[in-house]
Design a protein around this ligand. Structure first.
Ligand SMILES: [Zn+2]
Ligand SMILES: [Zn+2]
Length: 108
């Protein structure tokens, strides 16, 4: 009886965890990137796992801009010089423009 109760409790908390995980994965990827700490993201990227879902991703494959498991953006392009860069980088490594800057500015 006690064992059954404990088992049930475990299933309930597992379901709650999965539900939370599911909700987190439904958030827009920009919002999810903002909720991740910069250092956490960098640590996970250095281990070749997705910062959003911690599943393995091939970060060296230049065709992959989004995590195939959870859809979070991994790479984007600098709004100033269009260099492909990590979506988690705060500045463009090629020209130093802050991420999220200049993208709205139309250039000739
Ligand atoms: Zn992911
Ligand atoms: Zn740039």
């Amino acid at each position: 009886m006690v064992t059954a109760l404990v088992g049930r409790q475990a299933i309930v908390s597992l379901n709650r965890y999965l539900e939370k995980q599911k909700l987190a994965e439904q958030l827009p990827d920009v919002q999810r990137r903002e909720e991740l700490s910069y250092d956490t993201a960098l640590t996970r990227l250095s281990k070749s796992v997705c910062p959003g879902c911690e599943r393995p991703v091939d970060l060296k494959n230049t065709a992959i801009d989004f995590c195939p498991h959870c859809g979070i953006g991994l790479h984007d392009h600098c709004g100033h010089c269009s260099t492909r860069k990590s979506a988690f980088a705060k500045f463009c490594h090629a020209c130093g423009t802050g991420a999220g800057q200049a993208a709205a500015v139309s250039r000739p």
